[in-house]
Design a protein around this ligand. Structure first.
Ligand code: PEP
Length: 248
């Protein structure tokens, strides 16, 4: 039995609309789960979803956060605003943000700081792309992503998660096997031990993401270092996402 509480996060990306809001409400209101469950909708729906899901145990998170606190930064949303709106968590450094919006380990570090300052639980997304996997440098990439994101940060009592999302598995239908994912998660935990010590590292939840469906959920979650799931495509069907959450 793991001591870390399982966590399941839906990442709607730039998808969803009132139909999905309504079907999520129908599925999740008055249900309970053994896992902590979060939905990260597009910013525009955060308040609506919070209102609709007030009689549920589902929490709301954001898919991103600005590295700026306020000022002339058109289109940005600050950690303080997200926290005030009711978000409990924010994703940081998703591979789509890294590849399409030029985010890197340095910007992730600033975003982690902003999240900590505002009591948003950050979920740092890391993962290698196909080229890096084929070149056999997965561990080097992950180690750099972790070390460069956290260096110079005082994490003290802050809580955060890591999401291992191999880029080659995102949206492709080719999830990592539970064994491969476990091997990588164990490596990530070793890195966390070196950075934060054994006690803290054992408390940090490491999620797997990349083509998770209701069919591979149980096998992934029975691995000793897989503490939760980050779900993209399969979370766009409320019943499907519900079935993932219920398997925990
Ligand atoms: C994601 O983008 O975070 C993700 C895991 O996507 P998918 O589940 O669709 O692979």
């Amino acid at each position: 039995m793991k001591s870390r509480k399982p966590i399941v996060i839906a990442n709607w990306k730039l998808n969803g609309g009132f139909d999905l809001l309504c079907s999520s409400v129908a599925s999740f209101v008055k249900k309970s789960f053994l896992a902590e469950v979060y939905i990260c909708p597009p910013y525009l729906y955060i308040r609506d979803l919070l209102h609709f899901l007030q009689y549920s145990v589902v929490n709301i998170g954001s898919q991103n956060v600005s590295k700026y606190q306020s000022g002339a930064y058109t289109g940005e949303t600050s950690a303080q605003m997200l926290a005030e709106a009711g978000c409990k968590l924010c994703l940081i450094g998703h591979s789509e943000r890294r590849s399409m919006f030029r985010e890197n380990n340095a910007s992730c570090q600033i975003k982690l700081k902003r999240a900590f300052e505002n009591n948003l639980m950050p979920v740092l997304c890391i993962g290698e792309n196909l080229e890096e996997k084929n070149a056999g440098i997965t561990k080097d990439i992950l180690s750099r992503q972790i070390n460069e994101s956290f260096e110079a940060l005082d994490i003290a009592d802050n809580s955060f998660c890591i999401a291992y999302e191999p880029v080659w598995a995102i949206g492709t239908g080719q999830a990592a096997t539970p064994e491969t994912a476990q091997e990588v998660h164990a490596y990530i935990r070793e890195q966390l031990v070196s950075l934060f010590g054994q006690d803290k590292a054992q408390q940090i939840r490491i999620l797997y993401g990349g083509s998770v469906t209701k069919l591979n959920t149980t096998e992934l979650l029975t691995q000793p270092d897989i503490d939760g799931l980050l779900v993209g495509g399969a979370s766009l069907d409320a019943e499907h996402f519900m079935s993932i959450c219920q398997q925990v």
